[in-house]
Design a protein around this ligand. Structure first.
Ligand code: PLP
Length: 413
């Protein structure tokens, strides 16, 4: 989108708000489409399970589902959210270490997929199938694998001995169908995905008795990030969708063709950050501009706890914009520290250089790439949470009002 149009939209929002999250619907659709087409170029049948935990704004989930994505959910709350948004309620992958029995019941009744993390999951599934025996349900399950990458242990899934034990248990039950395996690790590098796919293939080799329909290689891919952000994360060039797709698709295709599989299983991927991070900007008016000794600060209505709660160090991409381009005055280049509104010393959002005079009336700050693990971790620390807006084919719309102090007071009994 042209920056002039963006400025009009952002100025309109900031006429009524001190700050807001803004969603670019078109960008999200094109990320999903581009990731899917990259993977389909290297493997014939691919389905995206969009990771709700990364950003569960209902409109975002709906766009993902309209483009054919399943819901990848990890809690009772997320199961309920997905049931609310999904048209085809079986298009759900239920992951996570703490599934509740009621949410498992919903997923089984709707024909969704359950990635078993531990034996208690299986106990609950058994109980549900007994309680609902009159419905003749069949539960579709996959097993989450636990492997250590570069000596980093994981607390999720099951080791190989437990995988074999649970597989044998499931074999004796005709109301549970084991469709395949799941492996997710918290690393985004190509090396870690190479490890995932090679490990998955080793597991498939050892478990040829499974009627394989599903391989789920998880999420945690890099999306499009700026060179500066990449550098601050210690990487030169982040892998593209295509790089990941080739790495994973080529090895799986090679394995299935050499092993004469008639029907190749569907490859599931579970992206979150890689498709939604660069879809949201945070825009904020400037509270004040101040100088301490020779240091220049722009104090905003942003906060690290709102934008990047899991990351306390990496500086975020910030830029300056002006409501009225005509009255911008030039100055010498000034290096500004963009600070949040909280009383935390480390609440520094980022830095920017400007040759324009920045003032509280005519200037505002844009923090980009704030779509992942921001809104879903939002808190009312010091100020109530800001509004959420979205723009797309239907124009600009407000998706959530900014919270008011009274909402917070009223949330206590
Ligand atoms: C099992 C699983 N799938 C998918 C994701 C999504 O990861 P990301 O948002 O980094 O793409 C996560 C994140 O923790 C996860 O644990």
């Amino acid at each position: 989108m042209k920056s002039k149009n963006k400025n009009i939209i952002y100025s309109n929002i900031l006429d009524n708000e001190k700050s807001a999250f803004v969603i670019n619907e078109q960008k999200f659709s094109s990320n999903i489409e581009s990731m899917l087409s990259s993977f389909k170029a290297f493997y014939p049948n691919v389905i995206i399970g969009y990771s709700y935990k990364t950003n569960y704004v209902p409109l975002i989930c709906k766009i993902a589902h309209d483009l054919g994505c399943f819901a990848e959910v990890v809690s009772e709350m997320e199961v309920d959210m997905a049931q609310n948004v999904l048209t085809n309620k079986s298009n759900i992958i239920y992951n996570g270490p703490v599934k509740s029995i009621e949410s498992l019941r919903i997923v089984i009744k709707n024909g969704g997929i359950i990635n078993i993390d531990n034996s208690f999951d299986l106990e609950m599934i058994d109980l549900i199938l007994k309680e609902e025996s009159n419905l003749n349900l069949k539960a579709k399950v996959a097993l989450r694998l636990n492997f250590s990458f570069n000596e980093n242990d994981s607390r999720f899934g099951m080791d190989e001995d437990n995988i074999i034990r649970i597989k044998e248990e499931i074999k004796c039950k005709d109301n549970i169908e084991l469709i395949g395996f799941h492996l997710h690790l918290p690393f985004r590098s190509m090396e870690s995905f190479d490890f995932r796919v090679k490990t998955m293939i080793k597991v498939l080799e050892k478990n040829k008795d499974v009627d394989l329909k599903y391989i789920n290689i998880g999420g945690g891919f890099f999306g499009d990030i700026s060179i500066e952000t990449a550098k601050s994360l210690g990487i030169n060039k982040p892998p593209s969708y295509n790089d990941y797709a080739k790495l994973i698709g080529d090895q799986l295709s090679d394995y299935f063709s050499k092993n004469n599989y008639n029907e190749w299983p569907t490859l599931f991927i579970e992206p979150g950050s890689s498709v939604v991070a660069d879809v949201l900007d945070f825009i904020t008016r400037i509270h004040t501009v101040k100088q301490i000794d020779n240091r220049d600060y722009i104090v905003t209505y942003a906060g690290r706890h709102l934008l990047s709660p899991t990351n306390k160090t990496v500086e975020m991409p910030v830029s300056i914009s002006f409501f009225n381009e005509k009255i911008i005055c030039d100055s010498e280049t000034v290096n500004y520290v963009v600070a949040g509104y909280t009383c935390i010393e480390g609440d520094i959002i980022g830095r920017l250089n400007s040759t324009k005079i920045i003032d509280r009336e005519n200037s505002y700050i844009i923090v980009s790439n704030v779509g992942s693990y921001s809104i879903v971790m939002g808190s009312d620390f010091i100020l109530p949470q800001p509004a959420i807006y979205s723009f797309g084919n239907d124009g600009l719309r407000m998706l959530r009002q900014s919270k008011k102090t009274i909402d917070i007071i009223n949330s206590f009994i």
